[in-house]
Write a protein that binds this ligand. Structure first.
Ligand code: NDP
Length: 421
């Protein structure tokens, strides 16, 4: 049976285990993507996933006191419950899990006014705009199970004193791998060639290769060289490409030297200089719609764009038009706006697209890390212990931690991406 909502009520006896300073009897509202159409649990191909305990910059992977799930299992859908139910119920909290997130009659809207914590994944975002936040009188913590908290109106969250946190680094390398796959897939014309072999049952070599190139020797650039962007640069280095980047802060000189990077001081200058442009900055007022008709017109004919960051970094129709006009060589990505997108969203059907649903950061490997990170943040929150600075986006009425570095807020204006279009 497919479930789209699962509820529980806390036991008051368990709630007594908490110290006097801990938060008790909280209601946790968790919005997750629907279970697989063939039912839950799915058939797993592998018995385990590698255990990653440290990230490339030395940051430790999430380390909650315990976990109640099997790493490598599906945790991000409704029945997976991010592996949180046992922990929450044993500690006297209530858990409501649902995928029903849109419209006034949705389970999300109905449960929100009494929720203390909202957990949401960017793949199936529970948009928390100012209107919803105004009705969420009890809300104290908006927790992103993953990375990217643009689905929360950060100005409204700050006004309401809501803490916003995410599991920084948990799926950054996952996204970087997906990005490399998409770069190669577009440049080498993989998806159309695969269709010739499987759907069309053909052997049409000429049709496949008429738009297929080597990436070797190309100029490849990233907008933002943070955790994902820098990883993409490192992964692409062995392909003997010329690497470029733009970021609001320049990388250390030794990293630029190691990767032989060319720095550009504006997105426009970068876009003019590359054959492949990959987007890796967060969505906030300064990056919203940064890829528009004007920037596209400055790009080389046949250039490719990869977007695994956020759909609203790009002007939807400008991308589709540039592909239709034959200027862009291809566009691949896994991020859309809104999510899920309508059936007639032009990115589903535009020419030379390599789109997937938003999956790059929710491989089974990534889920194990961000589910553990979600639990770590909840343990700290319930115990009134500090949440790791590197997980914080906003706290105490202002941007905080990693959020103070990477996000901007315009006072009185909704964060782009925080409400369903
Ligand atoms: P990081 O915080 O490590 O990197 C973000 C980088 O963006 C930082 O270097 C930051 O610079 C830079 N930046 C911020 N604003 C600008 C700007 N206006 N112009 C140029 N650069 C800017 O995050 P990650 O690399 O881990 O993730 C990046 C984004 O990728 C996330 O915010 C999210 O939107 C998306 N993502 C997508 C996933 C998916 O499944 N598709 C999963 C995970 C993330 P600095 O801080 O130095 O100022």
């Amino acid at each position: 049976m497919l479930r789209n909502t699962v509820k529980s009520t806390a036991t008051s006896a368990a709630a007594r285990h908490f110290s006097s300073t801990s938060r008790k009897g909280m209601k946790v509202l968790c919005v997750l993507y629907p279970d697989p159409v063939d039912g839950f649990p799915p058939h797993y191909l592998r018995e385990s996933v590698p255990d990653i305990s440290k990230y490339p910059d030395g940051q430790t992977a999430p380390n909650p006191k315990a976990i109640d799930f099997t790493p490598g299992h599906l945790l991000g859908s409704v029945s997976g419950e991010l592996g949180l139910r046992k922990f929450l119920e044993a500690n006297g909290h209530e858990l409501v899990v649902t995928s029903d997130k849109e419209g006034p009659n949705s389970v999300f809207e109905q449960e929100l006014p009494t929720a203390d914590v909202v957990i949401s994944q960017p793949f199936w975002p529970a948009y928390l705009d100012a209107d919803r936040i105004s009705r969420a009188k009890n809300l104290k913590l908006a927790l992103t199970a993953g990375i990217g908290s643009d689905h929360v109106d950060l100005d409204a969250a700050n006004k309401a004193g809501i803490t916003v946190a995410e599991v920084t680094y948990s799926n950054s390398n996952s996204v970087a791998e997906h990005t490399v796959m998409m770069i190669l897939g577009l440049v080498r014309n993989y998806i159309p060639s695969h269709k010739w072999a499987t759907e069309k049952r053909g052997w049409n070599i000429a049709d496949c290769v008429a738009q297929s190139y080597d990436v070797e020797g190309m100029d490849v650039g990233v907008i933002a060289a943070g955790r994902i962007g820098l990883r993409v640069l490192r992964l692409m280095k062995p392909f003997d490409v010329n690497l470029h980047y733009y970021d609001s802060r320049r990388l250390p000189a030794e990293v630029e030297k190691e990767l032989n990077l060319t720095y550009h001081d504006s997105p426009q200058d970068l876009a003019r200089s590359v054959d492949v442009l990959s987007l890796h900055c967060p969505l906030h007022p300064k990056t919203h719609n940064m890829v528009n008709a004007e920037l596209l017109s400055q790009m080389r004919k046949g250039a490719y764009i990869i977007n695994t960051a956020r759909g609203a970094l790009c002007v939807r129709d400008d991308i589709a038009k540039s592909l239709e006009d034959g200027h862009l060589g291809g566009y691949a990505g896994d991020v859309w706006y809104p999510q899920p997108p309508p059936a007639d969203h032009p990115w589903r059907t535009m020419p030379r697209n390599g789109m997937t649903p938003h999956i790059s950061g929710t491989s089974l490997s990534a889920q194990a890390r961000y589910a553990a990170g979600t639990r770590e943040i909840l343990e700290n929150f319930f115990n009134n212990d500090p949440i790791r600075d590197v997980y914080l986006i906003a706290q105490g009425g202002q941007l905080a931690g990693v959020g103070a570095k990477s996000y901007t807020v315009e006072k009185g204006k909704a964060s782009p991406g925080s409400h369903k279009a």
